[in-house]
Design a binder for this molecule. Structure first.
Ligand SMILES: Nc1ncnc2c1ncn2[C@@H]1O[C@H](COP(=O)(O)OP(=O)(O)OP(=O)(O)O)[C@@H](O)[C@H]1O
Ligand SMILES: [Mg+2]
Length: 512
């Protein structure tokens, strides 16, 4: 029997880039094919061609033995291709049900073709339940966390009866529990004969669910791995063409005085919880915890996005008044936010404009923008972060997802912060670049910066931190020193399991 999907000899060129050069990929019925490759390798582009978003310059799409032309997204849906995109493109103002049924809303009988909202809401429930989403379908999307929005997108694709489901980095914003649920869903769907193309930079999960791995490198096929050959080292070798050593860089272990000190800080998200902690220069302090435990809100309060209700913030012994981000930036405290498209980047602007935006004053003595200095800073960041783009004048929206994330980080690193808070810094970033970002964060800490990382990636949390603060329901449940690091210790604090001695003494340190 012919495979359900064959892509052969696919070529795609964008101005200044050959995104795909004679790429092939096949999938059988009920097969999970993982598509891997470094940032910018062409994974999303290949899938966008299958999904009708882009037209190929050459090559064929063959579904169950017959060649087809997919002219539009609607065409792809008709062919049974479901697609959950890497960058969510939900319509924020819609409620969940309306988003699920967009363009195929159930209608009342009669000539007016009015939408039967109640039918739509009811029809949505089973699709949400299937993914374990216990949310009212009438909830507006903007009230959902990024993780929940991602699950809604998956529910939407499944509700369209997809035979081939493309998941482009579906777990990049999910936490451990949500990831487990998604992986179980993928396994279920495979059992039901759905073919899944799974793009991810989280190699651990690929090892668990993939039947086959297809690797792209610089827009070309770089090789495949069968079931028995799928492991971390083999995948890395195919993707980057060499081995990768020393993933995490340990700190120099020097003790610095506290730089940032929070005392009794309360945020509007958790008004009844007062948070106190110190972050020392030279350390990487990581905040772990479940999605919604208040980590991002805390970061936003320190950065002045949503100023704290009360409490004190001091930097190097001097108390700060932070009424807005401008105050934080002036003090040398920067935040690289979680949702890069909402607050981190202006995607219609170029890399240079984005990298130099927050520091414009440095580049504009007496109000004149010094193009030369801007270009220099930008090129330095492009090289340091290994950002892959045709030039510094490329628009950020045309970069691959991972490269967009590197631009966000580059923009803040260029400013020489005293305190740098990074929220999910390696979401969607490939292994090579991850190692690079860990190295950069460590190097930054070694120069005396207090680096605060918010991360939901357990491996990363345990690997990069000097101390781990675990949040639960708006409060710090405990702070762990390196000697007490373990997945279990973090999870127990995050879930509020009976506090062990470790947790109790850590909580005591936290409130000092
Ligand atoms: N619309 C576009 N216009 C111009 N260039 C584009 C466009 N879309 C993608 N590219 C370029 O094509 C190349 C492949 O990008 P693609 O998004 O497919 O990478 P990817 O493998 O999905 O990477 P990531 O892991 O970062 O998501 C990149 O060089 C990217 O900058
Ligand atoms: Mg991509």
């Amino acid at each position: 029997m012919a495979p359900i999907l064959q892509l052969t000899g696919i070529c795609k060129r964008f101005p200044g880039v050959v995104a795909l050069d004679e790429v092939s990929l096949a999938a059988d019925r009920g097969e999970v094919v993982a598509l891997i490759g470094e940032n910018g390798a062409g994974k999303s582009t290949l899938m966008k061609i299958l999904g009708g978003v882009h037209q190929p310059d050459a090559g064929q799409i063959i579904l169950a033995g017959s060649a087809v032309t997919i002219r539009s997204v609607a065409d792809a849906v008709k062919h049974g291709i479901g697609f959950v995109h890497q960058e969510l493109n939900n319509l924020d103002n819609l409620e969940i049900a309306a988003n699920l049924f967009l363009g195929r809303e159930p209608l009342w009988a009669g000539p007016l073709r009015l939408i039967d909202r109640r039918a739509m809401v009811e029809a949505s429930r089973p699709h949400l339940e299937r993914l374990g989403l216990k949310i009212d379908p009438r909830t507006p999307l903007r009230q959902l966390s990024l993780a929940q929005q991602q699950l809604v997108e998956i529910a939407k694709a499944l509700s369209q009866n997809a035979r081939i489901l493309v998941l482009d980095e579906p777990t990049s914003s999910l936490t451990a529990t949500e990831t487990e649920r998604l992986l179980a869903t993928v396994t279920d769907l495979r059992g039901q004969g759905v073919s899944i193309i799974y793009i991810s930079h989280r190699l651990g999960e690929i090892g668990r669910i993939a039947d086959r791995v297809v690797a792209l490198r610089d827009g070309r096929n770089a090789g495949e791995l069968g079931r028995g050959q799928i492991n971390h080292d083999n995948m890395v070798r195919l993707m980057i063409g060499r081995d990768l050593k020393s993933f995490y860089v340990p700190g120099v272990g020097q003790h610095h005085p506290a730089r940032l000190r929070l005392q009794g800080l309360r945020t509007s998200a958790w008004p009844s919880q007062a948070v106190s902690f110190d972050a020392a220069g030279g350390e990487i302090l990581t905040f772990a915890g479940l999605v919604g435990s208040g980590r991002s809100e805390l970061a936003q309060a320190i950065f002045g996005v949503t100023p704290p209700l009360d409490g004190r913030i001091s930097l190097d012994g001097k108390e700060l008044t932070i009424r807005g981000s401008r105050d934080a930036i002036n003090a040398g405290i920067y935040l690289a936010p979680e949702d890069r498209r909402k607050t981190g980047l202006v995607t219609s602007m170029t890399i240079r404009e984005n990298v130099t935006l927050p520091g414009l004053r440095d580049h504009a003595p007496a109000g004149l923008i010094r193009r030369g200095r801007e270009s220099e800073t930008t090129d330095r960041q492009i090289a340091a972060m290994q950002i892959r783009a045709p030039s510094r004048e490329s628009r950020v929206m045309n970069l691959s997802g991972g490269n967009q994330q590197k631009v966000v980080l580059g923009k803040w690193l260029a400013l020489k912060p005293k305190v740098l808070i990074v929220d999910e810094p390696t979401r969607g970033i490939d292994v090579g670049a991850k190692a690079e970002i860990y190295r950069l964060l460590r190097a930054l800490a070694d120069t005396g910066v207090a680096v605060i990382v918010i991360s939901s990636d357990m491996e990363e949390v345990l690997g990069i931190s000097d101390r781990i603060a675990v949040m639960r329901e708006g409060a710090i449940a405990g702070i762990l020193d390196r000697s007490r690091f373990s997945e279990v210790a973090v999870m127990n604090l995050a879930f509020g399991k009976a506090p062990t001695n470790t947790a109790a003494s850590a909580a005591a340190t936290a409130s000092n």
